[in-house]
Design a protein around this ligand. Structure first.
Ligand SMILES: *Cc1c(COP(=O)(O)O)cnc(C)c1O
Length: 433
């Protein structure tokens, strides 16, 4: 499989190049030249498969020709040592719980897969130069990526995060690890962190000095594996006879997750409609309404992993759907929520249905409720993080004292180590050099 750039000004790349480089030379995002389709008879048998088997089927279709199939199966198996259960919330609304991985966030899937795939290519090639992963995080990505790559040979990870804007639990998931993980506390916003990473990729001196790559969802190995769990959700609902008219609702920030869903759809997974749920960072919502894309600085909200003012994967969505606003707006609906609405939804759903939402999942649930499913439709929202990752916010809203899972408590025992830096590129560059 070859990968082209969404800007169409860079040469085609193979999988290895796309993974190791992340961003094409023309700053576009890599897209696979073809989208393999999965036979509908195979999709129909997925209800009898495990998550690992489902994921292996999808992974082989995408990556199988570019590597040894057995190694790919091993990577899938090793990545997915946890389940993504579908849980009934009320009426025809279900939650796809993506928070049962090592850092309790859906990003564990993409991060672990990418770490193992990169390591496979590095070892195969016998690269004698270390590969440096730069990752900007608004909270959740840092933990998932740092833990996914922890101790992986040949790779060093730099996590850039906005000072004071990630929760203490999130922060300790990447600042306490040591080894091949370095945390940089940036005096700025998430967008500043993302801008630093993007600037590093196009800086000649830096790229001569060191091999750089990104583990944000701009990397194909990070976002594509996220299509696995759309297939799993379908299979689980198929088992109970509820998969015929599926509406997927995705709490969105950089739009990697929903893009993976769109790939699943293009591969032949029967999905009727998508909903992108936003917090007050609503550039995509606005695009759906007006056809105009107006990126702007992000604002802080309770759902901080969705505080993104210029979603990187917007370029992929445009490319995938023929650059057509009409086509995009026909397949995807948008909703946006204020902090107050997020809090109201969390209270309502907890008190009425005894289901504990985190602030991101709350946007997803509420968007499905507002979409007003038809009786024959089944709605499923992606619950993207465990509520305990946002304990301070959740407890304040629900007047609760929710339990912190043992996995999270382990992180909190470690000692925080991070380097404070300004948001200017020169300072960041000097640090890396
Ligand atoms: C990253 C993240 C999102 C947004 O996902 P995108 O792929 O960036 O759209 C939503 N919720 C949580 C908890 C996240 O960590």
């Amino acid at each position: 499989m070859k990968y082209y750039s969404t800007n169409k000004q860079a040469p085609l790349a193979n999988l290895e190049e796309a993974v190791i480089k992340s961003l094409a030379g023309d700053k576009g995002l890599y897209m696979p030249e073809q989208i393999p389709s999965i036979d509908k008879n195979v999709i129909a048998t997925m209800k009898n498969m495990s998550f690992q088997e489902i994921a292996d089927t999808v992974a082989q279709a995408f990556f199988g020709e570019d590597m040894d199939p057995q190694s790919l199966s091993d990577i899938v198996k090793d990545t997915l040592s946890f389940d993504v259960p579908v849980v009934h919330v009320n009426d025809n609304i279900y939650s796809l719980e993506l928070f049962h991985g090592p850092t309790l966030a859906f990003k564990d899937v993409g991060a672990r897969f990418m770490a193992r795939l990169s390591s496979y290519f590095i070892l195969r090639k016998g690269l004698n130069r270390e590969v440096n992963v730069l990752v900007a995080t608004s909270g959740d990505t840092g933990g998932a990526v740092a833990n996914g790559f922890l101790g992986v040979p040949g790779i060093h990870v730099f996590v850039l995060y906005p000072k004071g804007k990630v929760s203490p639990i999130q922060e300790c998931q990447f600042t306490t690890l040591g080894k091949n993980i370095t945390s940089l506390e940036i005096d700025g916003t998430f967008d500043d962190c993302q801008a630093l990473v993007k600037a590093a990729f196009v800086d000649d001196d830096l790229n001569k000095h060191m091999q750089l790559t990104s583990a944000n969802s701009i990397n194909v190995a990070r976002f594509l594996p996220q299509s696995f769990y759309y297939f799993s959700a379908y299979a689980q609902l198929d088992r109970i006879g509820r998969a015929d008219e599926l509406v997927f609702c995705v709490p969105s920030g950089n739009f990697g997750n929903i893009t993976a869903g769109l790939f699943a759809y293009k591969m032949g997974l029967p999905i009727k409609h998508f909903i992108a749920a936003n917090n007050q960072n609503d550039v995509f919502f606005e695009y759906l309404q007006t056809g105009k894309y107006n990126p702007r600085p992000s604002v802080e909200t309770y759902a901080n992993a969705m505080d993104v003012g210029n979603p990187s994967n917007f370029a992929r969505i445009l490319d995938l759907l023929a650059n057509s606003h009409k086509e995009i707006a026909a397949l995807i609906s948008g909703y946006r929520y204020t902090n107050e609405q997020i809090a109201d939804t969390m209270c309502y759903v907890y008190n009425t249905y005894k289901y504990l939402l985190d602030p991101h999942g709350a946007c997803g649930y509420q968007a499905l409720a507002d979409y007003q499913l038809k009786p024959e439709e089944t709605g499923i929202f992606l619950e993207t993080a465990h509520p305990a990752k946002f304990k301070e916010t959740v407890d304040r809203i629900l007047h609760s004292d929710i339990e912190i899972p043992a996995k999270l408590q382990e992180f909190m025992k470690g000692e925080k180590k991070s380097t404070p830096l300004g948001k200017d590129f020169e300072g960041f560059k000097a640090f890396l050099m």
